[in-house]
Design a protein around this ligand. Structure first.
Ligand SMILES: [Zn+2]
Length: 511
């Protein structure tokens, strides 16, 4: 189509004005983005005494290494620190003793910061030791950096509180102490209890070897369930025909699900551990249980889970046992991270900047990388660019933050400190989530979180844009929990393990 010349001229003029305005707004964005309230949270967190204070809290939680729903010391330390700085704290929410909510301020907007603090079993490791050396063989360790995350969140919240006082900023900061993230438990229960009802935007964070954020759908939805079979004991040699082995049912179920894999979508993930399978070979086991993680996209996970349940039913029928219980430990959605919020985070990540690592920290990183057989590239130098969603869904890990992303606009700040190449949920990550590099990384994370919270509290236009994107998405995809209505938090899940290891760990790391 031919455009008349005069129209073309007008069009080009408008285009050039628009581009100039756009460029100008970008420039002024960068210049104005460190306005006094934001400057004050950055200055506060950069103070050496503050870096050390929160570094020591992170190391303390690292040494407690408490498993999900057993995080009494960890949640207690974080809540106490918030309380000392003027937050009002409610502990023991949503049916979980280690779930807390700390609040400061009043009225709108309500900005939430998520806090995690649980450890992982089996991966005990000494801090800043670049080879495998457990503190206590088989004990838990912080192999996902939740010690750094919980601490970064509260440091940021406290910095924001001081700025709210100094600059008379209206609104509310809510800090959500979320237990048992590693067991993917707490958030659906917290949502069900109505804790997030008035929240306008959510700042999530995760420790990492990089500094960045992203948006769109990521990770996998998940059902975590324990299948328990009931059989009948008998003398295994004298009269085995009188017995019905519950262990047989577990084994047959596992065979059935492993055959199922071939016909599942390639994005599935499925893994299990046998929790109970009898006590001696000469008594037919009358009780056995197996714990499954069934993961896929939001669209596929329920159908996949139903097929796994059918494998359990078939195994019970074949062995003459009873499928006594299916205990849903957790059931969660994929993450749906808000793009406008991630863009706001990205600007603040760039302002916070990558920490300067000293020679000892670089040397530790290179030694650990050599030990792990990965490239000896030391610690990272630059922050990442904003990550768009992956083109193809290929599966991956899960987080119960997924459900939060569907009830309020949410995105995640990934902050550095973990040595690049360290393996997640492995001793190498436990080793690098302790000490000075972890302190610097979590402090950089806290600065990005705090700066973002200040933007959300003081720039209504930003929050409106974020909310509009969220409303548009959820009008098409309203939240429907995967968690069954009758599910309750499994408070005993990690009790035995912690009873075994807690006294040993307290000997190593007294308060
Ligand atoms: Zn984690």
């Amino acid at each position: 189509m031919n455009m008349p010349v005069f129209k073309k001229t007008i069009f080009l003029t408008i285009l050039s004005v628009a581009l100039t305005l756009h460029l100008h707004s970008q420039l002024s964005d960068t210049q104005e983005s460190i306005y006094p309230a934001k400057r004050s949270v950055l200055d506060y967190l950069e103070r050496q005494d503050i870096v050390e204070k929160y570094g020591r809290i992170s190391d303390a939680i690292w040494s407690y290494a408490e498993l999900g729903l057993e995080e009494y010391r960890s949640a207690g330390l974080l809540a106490k620190t918030l309380e000392e700085d003027g937050f009002s704290v409610e502990m023991g929410l949503a049916g979980m003793p280690t779930c807390f909510l700390a609040t400061y301020g009043s009225g709108k907007p309500v900005i939430a910061i998520l806090v995690e603090y649980d450890a992982l079993p089996m991966i005990s490791q000494k801090g800043r030791v670049p080879y495998h050396d457990p503190v206590i063989d088989g004990a838990p360790g912080h192999g996902c950096g939740h010690n750094m995350m919980g601490t970064a969140s509260i440091a940021a919240a406290i910095a924001v509180k001081h700025a709210m006082d100094e600059f008379n900023i209206q609104g509310t900061i809510k800090v959500f102490g979320s237990p048992a993230e590693e067991n993917l438990i707490s958030r659906p229960f917290m949502i069900r209890a109505g804790l997030f009802e008035d929240v306008d935007a959510v700042i999530d964070n995760h420790s990492s070897s990089a500094f960045g954020t992203g948006y769109g759908v990521s990770g996998t939805a998940l059902f975590s369930s324990i299948f328990t079979f009931k059989g009948k004991t008998a003398h295994s040699a004298g009269s085995p025909w009188d017995g019905r082995s519950a262990l047989d049912a577990v084994e047959l179920m596992n065979i059935a699900t492993n055959f199922l894999r071939e016909h599942l979508h390639f994005s599935h993930r499925m893994h299990y551990v046998i929790l109970e399978g009898g006590q001696v070979p000469n008594v037919v086991p009358d009780k056995a249980s197996v714990w499954y993680y069934v993961r896929n996209s939001d669209e596929r996970v329920e159908e996949m889970y139903e097929r796994v349940v059918n494998c359990a039913k078939a195994a019970a029928l074949a062995t003459g046992t009873e499928l006594e219980e299916i205990k849903v430990v957790g059931a969660i959605h994929q993450r749906h991270s808000n793009q406008s919020l991630a863009e706001l985070f990205q600007r603040n990540i760039e302002i916070a900047g990558m920490p300067e690592w000293d020679e000892e920290e670089q040397e530790f990183a290179r030694t650990l990388q050599r030990e792990l057989g990965v490239e000896e590239r030391g610690m990272p130098e630059e922050v990442n660019t904003l990550s768009p969603p992956r083109g193809v869904f290929t599966g991956g890990g899960s987080s119960d933050v997924g459900d939060v992303t569907l009830i309020a606009p949410t995105a995640t700040i990934r902050f550095p400190g973990i040595v690049p190449g360290a393996v997640s949920h492995h001793w190498s990550t436990v080793s690098s989530t302790y000490g000075s590099a972890a302190w610097k990384g979590l402090n950089a994370g806290a600065r990005a979180i705090a700066a973002s919270a200040i933007d959300l509290l003081t720039l209504p236009g930003e929050l409106e844009k974020i909310r509009a994107e969220f409303e548009e998405y959820t009008s098409q995809n309203p939240y429907r929990p995967f968690l069954p209505d009758d599910a309750e938090p499994f408070l005993e899940l990690n009790r035995n393990l912690m009873q075994k290891y807690r006294p040993l760990m307290e000997q190593h790391y007294p308060d």
